[in-house]
Each structure stands twice: as structure tokens, then as C-alpha cells.
Design a protein around this ligand. Sequence first.
Ligand code: ADP
Ligand code: ASP
Ligand code: MG
Length: 404
Amino acid sequence: MKIVVLKFGGTSVGTIERIKKIADIIGNYKKKNYNVIVVSSAMSGVTNDLIKKSRQISNNFLESEYDVLVSSGEQVSCSLIAGRLNHNGFKSRTWLGWQIPIYTKGPHKYSRINSINKSRIISYIKKGGIPVITGFQGISSDERVTTIGRGGSDASAIMLAKFFKANRCIIYTDVEGVYTTDPNKLRKAKKIKVISYEEMLEMASLGAKVMQPVSIQDARLNRIDVEVKSSFVKKPGTLITKRSNIINNKIITGISSTHNDAKVTLIGVKDRPGVAASIFKPLSINSINVDMVVQNISANGNETDLTFTIKSEDLNKTKKIIQENKKISFRKILFEKGVSKISIIGVGMITTPGVTYKMFQALAKKKINIQVISTSEIKISVLINKNDTKKALEVLHKEFKLDN
Ligand code: ADP
Ligand code: ASP
Ligand code: MG
């Protein structure tokens, strides 16, 4: 069975006009004799709005209820798509996560798709139908509605492609593909033709919102080729695939940036074995994701300074947790919101010496101060003042020859 999974993001279904356009895209695949499975996000802005409402109702909104609420946006967009396909003469209907069912594992808000029951969808496809499936949602083993993290419709599409053994999985979005950096932040950004799972995973985790990081882990684990392209213009997009399929002579493939980071510095922490664990354990229990970490031994050897970064939205919670933590003592604590993280990513750096130096020197020339550094085999991240983000993107994009 020749199956194609087509996923549409929020902007692609953001208005009635856009939905009419994407219904034509879907219809064209059907006319080419593909069996089509459609996955959709909520119309753009809808999920954010629902999250806002949950906060207005209570600052203690149960996560199980949160999932029921925020997954509802997808029901609206899917029924509008199916409605338009019907209007155009196709057999189509909406399938909500529980109707298939799509089973998930893990906590509410951050569940992951575990299995998908194929039988109902297959028999519907065999009858000529186009199933339009709500992204982002599933049900737990005790049949509660779950969601799979912001941007999760990407993972829904990839897992559907996996379970249905689809020939193609296409992510339709509002840009033409994956770019060397966010094309909405840097005009010189260039579309990448092919990118490896590893690089895409780093780019996504480090701020490139175009694909949800979890979805790329799923694609990589299951060796699913993913095409990212525009629902607005008919042009070739980007292929995300395994490294051995790619010939690339660039050291750096892309640059990602974040803008909502915060930095916490503990000065004069009493140093003893296990102190870092005492600081980070309660943060982890409270689902606060700690990102970059640096620790210095101060001159007298008894005290240490420790700096780490978190998402700005977690700052208040972090402050409270640290101030209430009786297991640590320190002289002073500093919080700073105005920082951003710039990362260069590329498998080319594994075999090229001097990339770190090149990056630091390029930033130094522009008088951009580096506050924290972290590296892995295929990425280097630096924390800088938020106001320097654009300048840093420009200079690094040029330095690593991504402009041309
Ligand atoms: P969708 O609603 O289709 O899921 P998203 O808003 O989640 O779309 O992702 C698309 C957006 O990702 C683009 O509009 C772009 O601003 C942003 N983006 C960030 N980094 C990149 C990148 N490297 N390449 C392409 N887009 C990027
Ligand atoms: N609508 C959900 C969100 O905004 C899922 C998605 O867009 O993929 O996070
Ligand atoms: Mg998205």
C-alpha cells in the first residue's frame, strides 16, 4: 500500500483560506493514487490561547485537565480540513487520538507515542477515505487524553509514518524547509537540501523550532526520512535522513539561537562532594530543565561559584526552590534574564580542528562577551547578552561560510 503522511502546522491551517489551499494539496496526492494520512496541528495561536485560559482558571490546573483542554484545538482544524475535502468530493473524516487509538506513555503534558492501532484507519483507507488525524494528542493506558509536548504534531506524523510503514512523511510548514538559521531572524539564511538526524536534533534542541526535537529522535530511531517543505509555495524542501546518505563539505551545517534563557549564579557555595547534586535534584524533581552549567573552585578551595541556565519561564520557580533548599549554603545568588544561547552545529567539526577558536575569535572581533560555554561532538554553544544575538548570528553565519 503506497502511503504518504502529510502533516500541516499551525500557520498552514491558520485561516479558512489556508485550509482551502492545503485541502487542494491533499487532493493532489490522492489523485496521484497515494493513500493519504493527514495530520494537523491546531490553527496558529489557538494552543497558546488555550494555555493562557488554563492559567486564568487556576495556577494549579491539573495536568490531566490541561491535556483535555489544549488538545482541543486540533479537533477544530481537523474537522475543517475534512469538511473541505468532503466539499471537494473526497471521502474524509476526522480521527481523534482516542478513536484510533494512539496510545502514549509517560506523564501528562509530555507523553510520548508508544503504539498506534492500525486496523480502523487501514480499513477506512481501503474504503477510499482520507483520514484526518489530530496531531499532538493520544490516550494513556487508562484512557485519559494526553498531549506530547509543544510542537508535538511533528512527532505524531513521524510515528504514524512508522506504524503505517509510509513511503513518505512530509511536514508542511510556513518556511520552505530547514535553513542554516531561522530565516525569520536572518535574511541571509539558506535552505539546506539534506541534513542528518543528528544535526537536526541538535538544531531543534538548541532553538530551531521548525521541527520538534522529540520527533527527530523518533525519526532517527526508526530510520524515517522526513521531508520539510512549504505549504505556501511549491518548491523542493529539506530532507532529514541518515548521515551516510549525505555528502557535505561544510564544517558547520547550521546555527540555532534561543532568546528566552535565564542565568542563575550561586556565589560562595560551601564546597563538598555532592553539592551539585543537592542543588540540581530538587530542580529536576520539579521538571526544571537545567541547561548549561559551569562551576569554579574559588581561591581558598572551600567555596565554589556555580552558574547554570534555565528557561526564563522557570525563573521564579527556581528562585523559590533554591531559597528553600536547606541542603546548600551560599553567600549570594544572582539572577539574570537577558541572556541568549547561540550554537553552531555540524558533523564537520568532528574532523576539523580549531572550530572553537574560530567561533570565539569571530565573536571577540565584534566585542561580544561569552558568559558560558558548552560543547558536544557536533555543537558548540555560548551564552551571550540577549542584545548581541542578531550580531552574533550574522558574524557566525559569515565566518562559517553559510552566507553563500
Ligand atoms: P508549524 O506551525 O508548521 O509547526 P513552527 O512555527 O513550529 O511551524 O516552525 C516553523 C518556524 O520555525 C519558522 O517560521 C521559522 O521561523 C522557525 N525556525 C527556526 N529555526 C529555523 C530553521 N533553522 N529553519 C527553518 N525555520 C526555522
Ligand atoms: N498545537 C500544538 C502546539 O501548538 C502542537 C503543534 O503545533 O504541533 O504546540
Ligand atoms: Mg511546529
